[in-house]
Structures are given as structure tokens and as C-alpha cells.
Design a protein around this ligand. Structure first.
Ligand code: TXA
Ligand code: MG
Length: 347
């Protein structure tokens, strides 16, 4: 479905709901968000409740235009201004010191706030009509795969979220790049569509990854973005072999690969997501949802190539895989994993 604006009456219903302290799910160019009036602490608390998210995991404030930034941030350092000028509206979130009035429910108690100006026409319509900030995490239950279609949001929440604006498929499909501009040196906290090189072309001293002193991006280290089915990352060379082992007892296996299978196997569901990073990223969460529903005992994901264009995909896959998954498999498979060592790619 082509991204288009929605009829004004649909936007009006959503704006009324926000003003009444209700939640509204809306599309962005990255993933769907579950929004609340950022100035209504009760509404913001509802987001945590409905998502099942710990109160210490802060939300992103969405605004329609960079000029609103000063309402939310105490100050805007030159590096943040330069990044905002270059990448907003778009898939970039900036972490800044929070303005005194920003509700602590949004920031998870931290003295910083994350802000983003989305480019999706429906997000823009909603934000403009609403006139204020919308606090929104991704519109999925805590730890689940993020939604890239309105149907995913309905699957996640059913009637618990009454207003879901349908803006079609998200074009990027992975959450925004997060950069903290709180310290002297800006820091990439979450990789996304905007790469480290692109950030550095504007602000050369951006560094990657968090350190012990750096602001946390909660949710960036825990198991996250995960389907219910255990997921492992497997090297391309050994993929067919691992599938053969896992299906030896006629258990079903689901595979997300970048190529067609070299061997047919009636117990496997194989999705070939191709070798283009942008296309792979856009379809990653749809593919994980499909494979999760395939009835497989395990999802195997072919390891993605090295290189910056795959950083965001690699990051989400690592977090979708989990050490916890290891305890669910039988000893043979654990041994197989030991043989393949790093091929499994668990953190
Ligand atoms: O693309 C996106 O960013 C989507 C769309 C809806 O905008 N939103 C999204 O929200 O991914 P969420 O809540 O799923 O992820 C927000 C991330 C979390 O990892 C959170 O810890 C981090 O942003 N974050 C929020 N406020 C922060 C802060 N003050 N300091 C550090 N990290 C922060
Ligand atoms: Mg999320």
C-alpha cells in the first residue's frame, strides 16, 4: 500500500483521543508507535501499562518540527543542531538534557529526553493537528517484534488500543538511529537506517556504542525484538547442515536466509529475504512474524554480511537471538552449536 495522507476526520478522532488521555497507534517511516499526549502523565503511564514495559525504559517524544525542540530540551548543543538540520524529519532520535517541565514518566526518571521528528505523512498530519508532543515507543508488547503494519498493532493489542491509524507498510522497517548529544562527544546508542558514516559526515566525532558512563538506552542490551520461537544465527556455510540435524526427528524448522536453499527439506519453511540491506530491513519484522507463526520449533537466521549497511539489521538479529534459547534445545543440538562455535552468533 502506498503511503498517503489520511482523511481529516480520522485524524480528528485520533487527536480527540489523545486530548482525552487515550492511546493512539500511528505509522512512522521506521515502525508504528503507540502514542500518548506527552504532557499528560496519566496517559503516558497508560503506555507502560498497555505495553507491559518497565517504568525505567524511557519513551521517545515525537514532534512535528525541530522548532518545538526547545520545549523538550534544556539546551541544544551544536552537534545536535547539525544532526537535526541534516536528518529531520527522518529516522533519527536525539537524546538531550531534558527541559524542567518534561514529565519523568517519559524519561524513565533520567535527566535526559529522547526526541524525534518523523517524516511519515500520517505522523506529520497527526502531530500538526495535535499541536504538542506525542510520547511513543514502538507499538508492540514489551520485548516483542516491532510492528511495521497496522495489522501487527492490532495483533499485539486487540481492543486495548482503540485508535490505530493505518498508514500502510513502514518504508524503513527498523527503529530510528539514536544519538546521545548529552556529553561532549556524541554517541550512537542504537544503529538504524542512518549509518555511523552518515552521522560522521555531519559531526565527525560521533562515537559508536555505549560505555559505562554513557546514558543508557534501556532495551538496547536486554533480549528484545524477539519472536516467541527460539531464534539462532547460523553461518551460511553450515545452514543446510544445521537444518538437517534439527529436522532429523521431523521437527519443523523455519529459516530466514539471503539465498534459496541448496537442499529441499519438507520440514523446513525457508524465506529468501535477498541480499539488499534496505529491503531485508524493511521486511525483517514481517518475516520474523511469519516464521514465528509457521509452527516451527526453531528459527534459524543466516548470518548477515559484515559492513555498515547491515549494522542495524545485525543489531536487531543479535537481540532477537538469546542465550535463553540455548536452554530450550536438546543436548545434541547444544553439541552441534558448540561445534559451530561462533557461527551461532549468540551474544
Ligand atoms: O523509530 C523509532 O524510534 C520508533 C518510532 C515509533 O519512533 N520508536 C521506538 O521506541 O523504537 P522504543 O521505545 O521502542 O525505543 C526507544 C529507545 C529505547 O531503547 C529507549 O531506551 C531509548 O529509546 N531512549 C528513550 N529515551 C532515552 C533517554 N533519555 N536516554 C537514552 N535512551 C533513551
Ligand atoms: Mg521498541
Amino acid at each position: 500500500m502506498v503511503t498517503a495522507r489520511l482523511p481529516q476526520d480520522e485524524i480528528d478522532v485520533a487527536v480527540d483521543a489523545l486530548r482525552d488521555g487515550e492511546l493512539v497507534a500511528f505509522p512512522t517511516e521506521t515502525v508504528y508507535g503507540l502514542g500518548a499526549d506527552a504532557q499528560n502523565p496519566d496517559a503516558v503511564r497508560k503506555v507502560y501499562e498497555v505495553k507491559g514495559r518497565p517504568a525505567t525504559h524511557p519513551l521517545i517524544v515525537h514532534i512535528d518540527h525541530p522548532r518545538l525542540l526547545e520545549r523538550w530540551a534544556l539546551s541544544v548543543p551544536p552537534a545536535a543542531q547539525a544532526l537535526a538540520d541534516r536528518f529531520w524529519p527522518g529516522p533519527l532520535t536525539l537524546v538531550l538534557r531534558r527541559a524542567p517541565a518534561v514529565d519523568l514518566a517519559i524519561t524513565g526518571g533520567q535527566d535526559t529526553v529522547a526526541v524525534r521528528v518523523p517524516s511519515h505523512p500520517v505522523a506529520q498530519q497527526l502531530l500538526r493537528a495535535f499541536g504538542g508532543g506525542i510520547a511513543a515507543p514502538s507499538a508492540n508488547r514489551y520485548g516483542h517484534v516491532s510492528p511495521t503494519r497496522a495489522d501487527h498493532v492490532r495483533d499485539e493489542f486487540g481492543d486495548a488500543v482503540k485508535v490505530v491509524l493505518d498508514g500502510g507498510d513502514c518504508k524503513i522497517g527498523l527503529e530510528s538511529t539514536i544519538v546521545s548529544c548529552v556529553d561532549a562527544v556524541p554517541r550512537l546508542l542504537r544503529p538504524g537506517f542512518i549509518t555511523l558514516s552518515q552521522l560522521r559526515s555531519v559531526v565527525p566525532d560521533v562515537v559508536a556504542g555505549s560505555d559505562a558512563q554513557a546514558p543508557r538506552a534501556p532495551g538496547s542490551d536486554a533480549k528484545h525484538y524477539a519472536p516467541a520461537t527460539p531464534l539462532s544465527i547460523v553461518n551460511s556455510r553450515t545452514l543446510e547442515e544445521v537444518v538437517a540435524q534439527l529436522t532429523a526427528d521431523h521437527e519443523k524448522v523455519a529459516v530466514l536466509a539471503m539465498r534459496p536453499p541448496r537442499l529441499a527439506n519438507r520440514y523446513m519453511t525457508w524465506v529468501n529475504a535477498g541480499r539488499r540491506a534496505d529491503v531485508y530491513a524493511r521486511e525483517l519484522y514481517v518475516n520474523l512474524r511469519t516464521l514465528d507463526k509457521s509452527g516451527a520449533k526453531e528459527i534459524l537466521v543466516e548470518e548477515v554480511p559484515p559492513g555498515e549497511s547491515w549494522d542495524a539489521v545485525r543489531d536487531r538479529l543479535r537481540r532477537a537471538a538469546s542465550v535463553e534459547n540455548l536452554v530450550t534445545v536438546d543436548p545434541d543440538i547444544a553439541a552441534l552449536r558448540a561445534d559451530f562455535g561462533e557461527d551461532i552468533g549468540l551474544p
